[in-house]
Design a protein around this ligand. Structure first.
Ligand code: MOS
Length: 730
């Protein structure tokens, strides 16, 4: 049999997607479906003085208009793995940010709902909004997750340093903007509820709705078989989902809400802007002696999101003296949330820019400086890494890129009017795992069905889990169906934090192994079976058969065993639990990466072009080179986008987002994206049975710094503020 894992297979859902047959939440239709539209606040802070819904209620086709005056009191959702739930919407007259939901209108068509929403008249009493990080009136909160770092003696470290660099780096608000507009369809059947939702985490939606609407979890089913991207926007259950469920109960019909693109900017989180300070000290020969880092980001008035932007400095390099501090400032803004490598995406830009500044100050090659400070062991715990191929990333990435052709002096490489710059950055992505469950069933015909309530946000989860199950059961992939996106399936955590492939993959693997064990149990005393009395370790699986290790003839097909024993279907559950460094005696490692970028700058016109990118990635075991490469390519596009394009602009007077459309919010087009070269290095990680480390976010991180560092090499100009715009290059 050819290897199922590695080079991999095409996406199992490819045909469904390209033929439009994959059912996304906003494709869902029901007889009698009603449609909702939102009314949002047009001021950033204050109170609703009056709200007049009479014109909206009288408009054609309108079924209901719900405001804070008519909505029931609802509990706040539960504490989750990712922090507290957002507060319940339309509970009182207070306005805490521009774009806050103030009413939901339901009508018999989307157009009539939207029209009626435009007829709702709201009068506000406004107060001066808090919109700036340095507003002295704003509350500053410490990071509640205890993620600050104090290691060694930072003052002594700097005292022993020959060279110190320090810089302030800022990143803007960015908006997740998955292509699929986030949608919810809610249907009540008596006291039970079905919800189709653009979520990255169906079980969280179920748990949250159960608490808020005071119904048992067993009465709620959340479906998300396809989601049009997430980028983190679907990690939390946001208030518009609650409003849709409330509206469906009110009108006694199924209700659909599809957020508009402008609503996507204020309703489902965003990457918060940050101001970061990184200070690095090193000896003349490039040994890092001390790192001191601070980060500040905004958070909403009554919601929570924590972005430890400086934390990446704690474990990226072997350095004995490190201090990191992250603080949040409460502002009148839509709540930030995780977006595409949250915190790392911002922090790595500051840290890896500062490392480049240090290399320049030392007169040392930036690659050499990083090699000299490679963290031999996990700097926090002192434990050896479960695996770390960062040096191979450096070596093979540099080789592929042609880093040795770089001449050190800024502005020294040129082609015609274009200044050429080579820049690089490193990534040490944190490991993230949470428990996950899966169930595997073997049918009498020898085919298998495996499932878990996970989501595939476009990353290839359906495909790699089909492969893993096929490998673990010894079946051809065509004999395995993997299903997901249904909260009635076994528990899965969110598709996020680069953690799902590991958590779910290990659960699938364990379920399949247990299933093979159950097959052996069937024949334990079976005189007709060549497998009689055998244990899991005695056998191997291949081509739909179980046989003795090394002796293919001594075995039999699943279908024969099940038929002989009159078993229609055999099922087994698997539950993965996160590997713990303390138990393993090694630090469970996340992915590593080295990013190399060539830019071209036209100094007269301020033009910046990314000409080439090489990403060398240690993601542990790669299950499917095609989908894993896609992840890194997609992340690279996101990184270029972060570096050069994306910038959510908020008007500092009104708190209104000024560019909340795809016409105004810049994202790269095909012509902005060069050849993207991806190399996977490293080995299966020994911390878990399947050996993956997660490649969801490591692709994005590092690009912003590598591009800014390349700009410095091209022009001698140090860019400390994203995005890199023409005015910074003129
Ligand atoms: Mo990702 S921002 O953890 O969906």
């Amino acid at each position: 049999m050819t290897a199922i894992i590695g080079a991999g297979i095409d996406r199992v859902d490819a045909a469904l997607k390209v033929t439009g047959s994959a059912n996304y939440p906003n494709d869902v239709a029901y007889p009698g479906l009603a449609h909702a539209a939102l009314v949002r606040a047009t001021v950033a802070a204050g109170r609703i003085r009056a709200i007049d819904t009479s014109a909206a209620e009288a408009a054609p086709g309108v079924l209901t208009v719900i405001t804070h005056l008519t909505a029931p009191r609802l509990d706040r959702g539960p504490m989750t793995l990712l922090g507290p739930s957002p507060p319940a919407p339309i509970q009182d007259d207070r306005i805490l940010h521009h774009g806050q939901h103030v009413a939901i209108v339901v009508a018999d068509s989307p157009e009539r709902a939207r029209h009626a929403a435009s007829l709702v008249r709201v009068e506000y009493e406004t107060v001066k909004a808090l919109l700036d990080l340095d507003d002295p009136r704003a509350e500053v909160t410490a990071n509640p997750w205890n993620l600050d770092t104090d290691r060694g003696d930072v003052a002594a470290g700097f005292a022993a340093a020959d060279v110190v660099v320090e810089g302030t780096y800022t990143t803007p608000d960015n908006t997740n903007n998955p292509l699929g507009l986030m949608s919810t369809v809610a249907i009540w059947h008596g006291d039970s509820l079905t919800v189709h939702d653009s979520t990255q985490w169906p079980h969280n939606v179920r748990t949250s709705l159960a608490k808020i609407f005071k119904v048992p979890e067993s009465g709620i089913r959340v479906l998300a078989p396809y989601v049009g991207g997430g980028f983190g926007a679907g990690l939390r259950m946001w208030p518009h989902v609650i409003l849709t469920v409330l509206a469906a109960r009110e009108v006694g019909r199924p209700v659909k809400l599809v957020l508009t693109r402008p609503e996507m900017f204020t309703s489902v989180g965003h990457r918060p802007h940050s101001v970061m300070r990184f200070k690095l000290g090193a000896t003349r020969d490039g040994r890092l002696m001390a790192i001191d880092a601070d980060g500040v980001s905004p958070v909403a008035m009554e919601d929570d999101d924590y972005e430890p932007v400086s934390l990446c400095a704690a474990t990226a390099y072997g350095c004995s003296h490190v201090r990191t501090r992250d603080r949040q400032v409460r502002l009148n803004i839509p709540c930030p949330g995780s977006m595409r490598a949250p915190a790392e995406g911002q922090g790595n830009f500051g840290l890896e820019s500062a490392v480049d500044e240090l290399a320049h100050a030392l007169g040392m090659d930036p690659l050499e400086l990083r090699l000299r400070n490679f963290a031999q062991a996990d700097p926090e715990s002192g434990l050896p890494w479960s695996s770390n191929a960062l040096r191979e990333c450096y070596r093979l990435g540099a080789e592929r890129f042609g880093w040795s052709r770089r001449t050190p002096q800024p502005g020294s490489m040129r082609e015609g009017r274009w200044l050429i710059g080579y820049g690089m950055a490193a990534v040490s992505y944190p490991a993230y795992q949470v428990p996950c469950q899966a169930r595997a069933s073997l049918h009498r015909d020898g085919s298998a069905f495996v499932r878990s309530a996970a989501t595939d946000i476009g990353t290839g989860t359906y495909t790699v889990m089909t492969q893993l199950a096929a490998e673990s059961l010894g079946l051809d992939v065509s004999r395995v169906r993997f299903d997901l996106g249904d909260s009635d399936m076994p528990y899965s955590p969110q598709a996020g934090g680069s953690g799902l492939t590991g958590a779910l993959g290990n659960a699938v693997h364990l379920a399949c192994r247990r299933l093979v064990g159950d097959v052996l149990d069937l024949v334990r005393d079976d005189a007709n079976s060549p497998l009689r009395g055998m244990k899991l370790d005695d056998v191997t699986v291949d081509q739909g058969r179980v046989h003795r290790v090394g002796i293919p003839e001594q075995g039999e097909a699943y279908s024969d065993i099940l038929a002989r024993h009159g078993v229609e279907e055999l099922s087994a559950d698997g539950r993965s639990i996160p590997p713990r460094s303390e138990d393993l005696g090694m630090a469970v490692a996340g992915a590593f990466g080295a990013k190399f970028v060539e830019v071209r700058v036209d100094p007269d016109l301020g033009l910046l072009r990314v000409a080439r990118v090489v990403s060398a990635i240690d993601g542990g075991r790669v299950l499917n080179e095609k989908t894993a490469t896609s992840q890194i390519v997609g992340g690279t596009v996101g990184g270029i986008s972060q570096a050069m394009f994306e910038d959510t602009a908020t008007d500092r007077e009104t708190g209104r987002i000024a560019n909340a459309t795809f016409g105004d919010y810049l994202i790269p087009v095909n012509a902005d994206i060069p050849d993207i070269d991806v190399i996977f290095v490293g080995e299966p990680d020994p911390a878990t049975p399947i050996g993956t480390k997660g490649v969801g976010e490591v692709g994005l991180v590092g690009l912003a710094a590598a591009i800014a560092n390349a700009v410095h090499h091209a022009t001698g100009r140090r860019i400390r503020t994203l995005p890199i715009t023409i005015d910074q290059l003129m």
